[in-house]
Write a protein that binds this ligand. Structure first.
Ligand SMILES: Cc1ncc(COP(=O)(O)O)c(C=O)c1O
Length: 409
């Protein structure tokens, strides 16, 4: 089936935007995708028709609870989990801090946790801070700066009987490398460690089966996947039931509500359902889950065709360094590079002013990666993040813009 790019683009109102007389090319998806119209409308409708807080006996309150339950059902289908394992919150970072404070109550001095060097710091510091406060050992799966992948060769030594917790990202938000989560989770299970996964960068691009990957705690953000600014945690029921998150005394003490601190962003949550439906609409099948899996197939296939073109074209440009793992390593369509003689922030400003291409620069909180590569002081990376709504014409405009700026440094 051909990917319905025209129909997809019609669903994203922000694609109508122009800058300096030209349609904007959005290549900043890893920082936050554009939002599908249905998700925008759902939030607006909620406020227009009357919203309310939870647990009331009147229609607006009952409707709010029903809609939130529906959003959780959709998240469950998205990750092959259960609706009563899903908690919403402001963003993934906040959810990880909440979860870290809760799970750390089960940690003690001398215990160990295992993190990786290829993370957004949201998937390091919440766990690291708690572990250090408890005088625990924090270990890291090393990043191999030559292959731009995690070096799993010492995994069995890094994990010990004292390892209580392992956290890893699905994919690097900077260089796109998709991590071998399954191998890590199988090893973590052998020592009885809890397995946490940061799904934020992977989830706009490929299907994540929580069961298949052996994930106990999963964190994600809906604004990276075509919806509003809502974060979420999905935690296995048996584990969730044991956690005692920090919360005010009269608030619910049951799973999953106990992790939802204070009143939620209801209008945002209304858009979660629509963002997930959008992915399902790109696929086929009898159930939402089947549609989602097939929708992701279509997304992966389409985005890969654009990424392949971009990687090849950029790879041929002299003075441009691409940071990417070799072809055999699976990657999201996120391409990081640097250009000799121009600082990344100057480059991205010129791409905006001269080519109307919105593209970001920096270390994107993947700080250890940028630091190990020795490029933090010089501005780290330029990052082109391809998304479901980008076109081959846009990729050509982007490459032409890069070539023009390099020629006119
Ligand atoms: C891989 C990854 N993890 C975590 C985060 C943090 O997500 P949030 O902004 O929802 O806190 C981001 C955001 O860029 C990310 O890319």
């Amino acid at each position: 089936m051909n990917y319905p790019i025209d129909a997809v683009r019609k669903r994203f109102p922000a694609l109508q935007r122009t800058y300096k007389g030209k349609p904007v090319v959005y290549l900043d998806g890893p920082g936050g995708s554009q939002t599908v119209a249905e998700a925008i409308n759902a939030g607006r409708d909620y406020m227009m028709k009357g919203g309310a807080n939870l647990h009331g006996a009147f229609p607006t309150s009952i409707e709010t609870m029903e809609k939130i339950a529906e959003a959780k059902e959709h998240v469950a289908a998205l990750f092959n989990g259960k609706a009563d394992e899903v908690a919403f919150g402001p963003n993934a970072t906040t959810m990880m801090f909440h979860a870290a404070r809760a799970i750390a109550k089960t940690w003690k001095e001398g215990d160990e946790i295992l993190l990786t060097e290829l993370e957004h710091h949201a998937n390091i510091d919440p766990w690291r801070i708690e572990a250090e406060e408890k005088k625990m050992t924090v270990k890291y799966i090393p990043l191999d700066t030559k292959t731009l992948t995690l070096d799993l060769s010492s995994l069995d030594h890094l994990l010990t009987k004292k390892t209580k917790f392992v956290a890893i990202g699905l994919a690097s938000n900077c260089i796109g490398t998709i991590n071998d989560v399954k191998t890590v989770s199988e090893a973590a299970k052998k020592v009885g460690a809890v397995m946490a996964v940061d799904a934020v960068h992977g989830i706009p691009h490929f299907y994540v089966d929580r069961e298949e990957l052996g994930i106990d705690m999963l964190f994600s953000s809906v604004y990276k996947m075509f919806g509003p600014h809502v974060g979420l945690a999905m935690i296995k029921k048996e584990l969730f039931d044991q956690l005692e998150p920090y919360k005010i005394m009269p608030a619910p003490d049951y799973t999953p509500d106990k992790l939802e601190i204070g009143t939620q962003n209801h209008e945002g949550i209304m858009g979660v359902t629509e963002a997930i439906r959008f992915i399902g609409d790109l696929g086929q099948g009898n159930t939402l889950k089947d549609k989602i899996i097939s929708g992701y197939d279509a997304i992966e296939h389409y985005e890969e065709s654009l990424a392949k073109f971009v990687r090849k074209e950029l790879g041929n440009i002299e003075g441009l360094t691409l940071y990417q793992a070799e072809d055999s390593v699976k990657k999201t369509p996120t391409v990081a590079f640097r250009v000799e003689g121009i600082a990344p922030n100057e480059f991205t400003a010129r791409m905006c002013e001269e080519a109307s291409v919105f593209i970001a620069d920096g270390h994107f909180y993947a700080y250890q990666l940028a630091e190990k590569l020795g490029i933090v002081k010089s501005g780290s990376f330029i990052r082109a993040g391809i998304s479901v709504y980008n076109t081959m014409d846009e990729m050509k405009r982007f490459v032409a813009g890069v070539q023009y700026i390099i020629k006119h440094k």
